[in-house]
Ligand binder design. Sequence first.
Ligand code: S3P
Length: 167
Amino acid sequence: MIVLVGFMGAGKTTVGQLLAGRLGLPFADADAVIEERTGIPVRQIFADQGEPAFRALEHDTIASLLSGPRLVLALGGGAVEHEQTRRVLAAAEQTVYLHVPYQAALGRVGGDDGRPMLARPDLAEVYRRRLAAYEEVATITVLTGDRAPERVCADIETELARVRAAR
Ligand code: S3P
């Protein structure tokens, strides 16, 4: 299981799909799986049930995916805020942190009303707080910013080969 983490706009889904293709693995996006399983858009879950309920559901979904067949799995940007989720990530072969600078992230996702976290007045603080959580779970870190997804994907493949060779 290769897991991708990082803030909204880091490119987790785009890069994850590319990487899955390159590695010959299926791809899953945890948010899409939540929406498939519940039949409710993430935005609606936030609005009706609140963030803590979403995080609990997100945790259950990620834990179940991690115990299933091998995949490239992209997580929502806030998944690492849940302590139990950080803990279950230890079961992944590699957890890749796509590090996106704050301004670049906003430039990519600004104005998306499917992302309820963007409405938070303390979004910059949320970003800062999450950096430590991403670093805690990451076994590989790759810089994204305005780099092409193919370049980011190639960097991940290089790092995967390097960690395998070092074993
Ligand atoms: C969230 C990020 C979203 C989604 C939800 C909450 C967050 O995923 O899980 O809107 O807390 O940062 P993306 O990172 O794929 O946008």
